[in-house]
Design a protein around this ligand. Structure first.
Ligand code: NAD
Ligand code: TYD
Length: 349
């Protein structure tokens, strides 16, 4: 048996990764460590919580002693590190929280792995899950490759960039085996409804305004979350030590075009007349330091590991909408409480 630690497994992407590993690898003991912040929700993985190779541990990666003890107790062979503060808008109002979790939290995990493995690195791996936002913003053309210089613009992307650098530094300085992946924007089931797609699905259901930042011409490269989980599985098992892989959807959308497609699909799902939801589109004040465009060149993971996305954006979006429409209890649960307070703060002006 291998003991694998997955951090942030109650969050959006982490929950899909935990499910995939628990179901596909019965010979791994999967330990899901999550602090259950506003973004963590155990309902995301309740379908697998009784499986014998799964253990949930509530805990904070900021608590270095706790992390050291956990590594000592369970003798992890591998770490998939997804726990993070992940929302750019929140990073603008509280940057320090991002430095703490994303930088210091990652350091605590690196130190614990280094201490436990103590130079015996055979069959050990520290896998750090990162974002394409570390590369900064593209103009109208070009793609991020694995050798694009880091140029982060938001406190979120700066904190993720710093954590990537520390992982690489532990690899070079102490020989720690690692891989890093930098992925584009994910979408799909269980996405917390303050990010663009789930927020707008929820607002369309409730006939509330759809707040498009600036002129809506910002561009993102969208990837269905289950395809990201497949890529993570491949990189964990077949990625080369001390390498970085970019992961993307080959799927660029201007925000306003994406929102219009979403409105069209939602009108048809909800039996509303064509054009009804698009009337909810409202242009609001822009995000400070808003990156114009992200786009990934995913040819390295494609050529080396044979990975490519399995669904088109239209298919993935339809599956996402269907999931939210048939999981209204999940949505209601999440949109009550803390989320509402955050929502009022964010959109008060
Ligand atoms: P998320 O915000 O949905 O989930 C983060 C999880 O981490 C939550 O369950 C939260 O409770 C947990 N967590 C936060 N702080 C913690 C702490 N101090 N200790 C322990 N657990 C803590 O995030 P996500 O969208 O699932 O992103 C997961 C990872 O993937 C992040 O590292 C993010 O940077 C990266 N990523 C996300 C995207 C995206 O589009 N969402 C794209 C590329 C990369
Ligand atoms: P988001 O889902 O926050 O992801 P990221 O900032 O990490 O790319 O936002 C995606 C895009 O949608 C981004 O250009 C900001 C924009 N956006 C809006 O226009 N309105 C909103 O209410 C939100 C949350 C995002």
């Amino acid at each position: 048996m291998k003991n694998i630690l997955i951090t942030g497994g109650a969050g959006f992407i982490g929950s899909h990764v935990v499910r995939r590993f628990v179901q596909n690898y019965p010979d791994y003991n999967i330990y899901n460590l999550d602090a259950l912040t506003y973004a963590g929700n155990l309902e995301n993985i309740k379908d697998i919580e009784d499986l014998p190779n799964y253990t949930f541990i509530k805990g904070d990666i900021l608590d270095a002693d706790f992390i050291d003890n956990l590594f000592d107790q369970h003798k992890f062979d591998g770490v998939l590190h997804l726990a993070a503060e992940s929302h750019v808008d929140r990073s603008i109002t509280d940057p320090l929280a991002f430095v703490k979790t994303n930088v210091i939290g990652t350091m605590n995990l690196l130190n614990a792995a280094k201490k436990l493995w103590n130079g015996n690195f055979e069959n050990k791996l520290f896998y750090h899950i990162s974002t394409d936002e570390v590369y900064g913003s593209l103009g109208e053309s070009g793609l991020f490759t694995e050798t694009t210089s880091y140029d982060p613009n938001s406190p979120y992307s700066a904190s993720k960039a710093a954590s990537d650098h520390f992982v690489r530094a532990y690899g070079e300085t102490y020989g720690l085996p690692y891989v890093i992946t930098n992925c584009s924007n994910n979408y799909g089931p269980n996405h917390f409804p303050e990010k663009l797609i789930p927020l707008f699905i929820n607002n369309i259901i409730e006939k509330k305004p759809l707040p498009v930042y600036g002129d809506g011409n910002y561009t993102r490269d969208w990837l269905f979350v289950e395809d990201h989980a497949v890529a993570i599985d491949l990189v964990f098992h077949k990625g080369r030590n001390h390498e970085t892989y970019n992961i993307g959807g080959f799927n660029e959308w201007k925000n306003i075009d994406l929102v219009k497609l979403l409105c069209t699909q939602m009108d048809s799902k909800l039996g509303r007349s064509a054009g009804e939801s698009a009337k909810l589109i409202t242009y609001v004040k822009d995000r400070p330091g808003h990156d114009l465009r992200y786009a990934i060149d995913a040819s390295k993971i494609n050529t080396e590991l044979g990975w490519s996305p399995s669904v088109t954006f239209e298919q993935g979006l339809e599956r996402t909408i269907d999931w939210y429409l048939s999981n209204e209890a999940w949505l209601k649960n999440v949109t009550s409480g803390n989320y509402q307070k955050y929502y009022e703060e964010q959109y008060k002006a």
